[in-house]
Design a protein around this ligand. Structure first.
Ligand SMILES: [Ca+2]
Ligand SMILES: [Ca+2]
Ligand SMILES: [Ca+2]
Length: 231
């Protein structure tokens, strides 16, 4: 069985279903943290341990396009990873009202990059690194994070070290408009959350929008859909 080209980013997220628990959730029932109950600690020599689960109900949440929630530092306080992006998909990080850590899917890796706010000032998660410190990433096979983060006045914090690492149990698929199609797919495919809808075939290729989302094909291209071409 072969099939036409698929959108690799989308395909890989659904591939995660085999490894991480991926849930489709409406924002009205906003998720508790996606971070593992045991593997939740980042560490910085000058700031100590940082709990990525926060207080659990407001802890770090990782979606396919952005992060939200808070980390807890006993030594400095709450670290705000972002609320909800103004455009609904990713933070611009150009204003104090639209900041946070974005998620970029690359193969089986999710890079986490942006500017969270901490009591020590704006943190740098993987933006324009010029030295050997690694950009914070999630291994999409295991959920385990790697990399380092710069904290003003506190230096580097590692999300993975010899004693502990941060691990996410899931990548949260948000469906804010409750149409059965993950919002990150809608935005990446259309640049909005309104064009696509369950039961509709936007590009008239014979495959419904929700089925194209599941297959990782484009709902804006009639040449791109999953089909069996050989048996
Ligand atoms: Ca949706
Ligand atoms: Ca279609
Ligand atoms: Ca299509």
């Amino acid at each position: 069985m072969t099939h036409k080209k698929v959108n690799n980013q989308i395909k890989i997220i659904y591939f995660l279903i085999a490894f991480l628990a991926v849930g489709l959730l409406n924002a009205t029932s906003w998720a508790a943290t996606t971070i593992n109950a045991t593997n939740k600690y980042a560490y910085g020599a000058n700031i100590g341990w940082i709990n990525s689960q926060g207080d659990i109900s407001n802890g770090l949440v990782i979606t396919p396009s952005f992060c939200t929630g808070f980390l807890w530092s006993a030594n400095s306080g709450w670290i705000n990873m972002g609320n909800t992006p103004t455009n609904g998909n990713d933070y611009s990080n150009t204003s104090a009202n639209d900041f946070g850590v974005n998620v970029f899917l690359q193969g089986f890796t999710a890079k986490l990059q942006g500017y969270p706010w901490s009591p020590l000032g704006w943190m740098n998660w993987g933006m324009n690194y010029t030295d050997s410190n690694d950009v914070p990433c999630v291994d999409l096979n295991t959920g385990i994070m790697s990399g380092s983060v710069w904290i003003p006045n506190a230096g580097w914090m590692s999300v993975s070290n010899l004693e502990a690492y941060v691990q996410t149990d899931s990548i949260l698929l948000i469906d804010n408009d409750a149409d059965g199609i993950p919002d990150f797919y809608e935005y990446q495919d259309q640049g909005n959350f309104t064009n696509l809808a369950s039961g509709q075939d936007f590009d008239s290729d014979g495959v419904l929008d929700e089925d194209e989302a599941l297959a990782g094909t484009s709902s804006s291209s009639s040449n791109d859909f999953l089909r069996i071409t050989q048996y």
